[in-house]
Write a protein that binds this ligand. Structure first.
Ligand SMILES: [Zn+2]
Length: 293
């Protein structure tokens, strides 16, 4: 082998054995995307539960005795920020063994395909969510379906497991329960788990979006979505819930709470889930009212 061949060989070995890098999918463009994707410093919410998302799109990390659980992947362009946030906290993203999804819209599912390729994690969502996530396209019964594929499609994820209503995903001794909460999408899923520090344990609920928003031409009064939202709001309000989180940090007042961190833990509030459910019913009422006129 001459010197040139040695050099080529060395370059090949270095490329093949260098640290594994996240390869993001093409960025999604939308009117809110840029502000949603502003960086956010990661922080501990409580015990095993950390915020690793962007300023406008939540991603939650749960530490277990046997790897990490990640909930939601933001936009395709959020994946690199989530990866960096996880490293900033001192965790290794390659130890993520499960990725859970709230609902299959581009702003929460868009980054999942890249994060999954990178980590090799299995992805978990509801039966209906699995169809959308594996195809990267909205199902016809999604209230936003009429926006069309060009405005709604995202990179499809592989190795997606469907979890039944109230079924558990168990990793390293942590049980995360799936709670079906359809209405915003047919496959909407909330996730609930326990988080302890010293001997004080809290029930954490990652409540999925319960907003009655749709593409033009869709009526909540005509389909099952309105009824689903009422039932989903009931399911959220009945959960043991000390800490409310949700796919858009705005809905659990993240920035306000971060400013009040020196007054105890502002994320602990055992009526927050109830208020979240009631607010979603108010929005639904307004929506149904506007459909009548
Ligand atoms: Zn959505």
């Amino acid at each position: 082998m001459n010197r040139y061949c040695y050099l080529l060989f060395a370059v090949f070995i270095l490329t093949a054995c260098g640290p594994k890098q996240l390869e993001p999918d093409a960025a999604f463009e939308c009117s809110n995307c840029e502000s949603w994707n502003e960086p956010q410093e990661p922080f501990r919410i409580y015990g095993n539960t950390w915020y690793v998302g962007t300023a406008g799109l939540s991603s939650i990390l749960i530490e277990t005795a046997d790897g990490l659980i990640l909930i939601d992947g933001g936009l395709p362009q959020s994946a690199a920020l989530i990866d960096a946030n996880i490293r900033d906290l001192g965790f290794d993203p390659l130890t993520i063994s499960a990725i859970l999804l709230s609902h299959a819209h581009y702003d929460h599912a868009g980054g999942i395909a890249a994060l999954q390729r990178f980590t090799g994690a299995a992805v978990y969502t509801s039966e209906a969510g699995k169809k959308a996530l594996e195809s990267g396209a909205l199902q016809e019964d999604d209230p936003q379906f009429l926006h069309g594929p060009a405005n709604t499609s995202f990179a499809a994820a592989k190795n997606v497991h469907a979890v039944g209503d109230r079924e558990l995903v168990t990793i390293g001794g942590v049980d995360v329960m799936a709670v079906y909460t359809p209405g915003h999408t047919p496959g909407g899923t909330s996730w609930a788990w326990e988080s302890c520090a010293l001997d004080i344990c809290y029930n954490v609920v990652y409540a999925d979006s319960l907003t009655a928003v749709s593409a033009k031409g869709y009526r909540f009064s005509d389909g099952p979505a309105a009824e689903q939202l009422i039932e989903s709001a009931g399911a959220i309000s009945e959960l043991y819930c000390d800490i409310l989180l949700s796919p858009h940090p705005f809905f659990f007042g993240m920035q306000d709470k971060l400013e009040k961190r020196d007054e105890g833990n502002p994320f602990v509030n055992n009526v927050a889930c109830m208020i979240y459910a009631e607010t979603s019913l108010d929005w639904l009422e307004q929506r149904l009212d506007s459909e009548r006129h």
